[in-house]
Ligand binder design. Sequence first.
Ligand code: HEM
Length: 133
Amino acid sequence: MPAVKSNRPVNLSMGQVLAVNLRSPVAIASILHRLSGVIVFLLIPVLLWILDKSLSSPEGFEYVKNVVFGNFFVRFIVWVFVAGLIFHFINGIKHLLADLGFAEELQSGRTAATISLILSVIGILAAFVWIMF
Ligand code: HEM
C-alpha cells in the first residue's frame, strides 16, 4: 500500500485526452512533430528509389519525369513526404530555439507553437499546389 493515497486519475478515455489536447497549440504541434518525423522516416525509401532511378540514366530520368510523376498517387505520396518534412523542419527549429532558451515559457511557447502551425499550413498548401498540379 502506498503511504499517501493518490487522487490522480488513471485510465483516461481517449475522448478526455483529445478534449484537453486539441485545445492546446503546444500539444497539437508536439504530437504532429512526432508523427511527421515517423512519416518522413518511413517514406525515405520511396524518395531514395525515385532519386536513384532519375540519376541512373537519361532514360531513367525521363521515366521518372513522365511515368513516375505522371502518376497522381505517386505525386500524392511525394507531397505527404514534403508536407511531413516542412512540418518537422519548422517545428524542429522551434524545438531547437526552445533548447536555446527562446519561447520556452507557457505563453511564449503557445505563441511559438501557433506561429509554427500557421507557417507549416502555408508551406504545406504551397507544396500541394507545386507538386500536385
Ligand atoms: C529525414 C529527416 C528527419 C527524420 C526522419 C526525423 C525524424 C525524427 C523523429 C522520429 C523524431 C522523434 C520524435 C519524437 O519522438 O517525438 C525527431 C525528433 C526531432 N527532430 Fe527530426 N527528423 C528529421 C529531420 C529533422 C530536421 C531537418 C530537423 C531540424 C529542424 C529536426 C529536428 C528534430 C528535433 C529538434 C527533434 C526532437 C524533438 C523533441 O525533443 O521532442 N529533424 N525527428
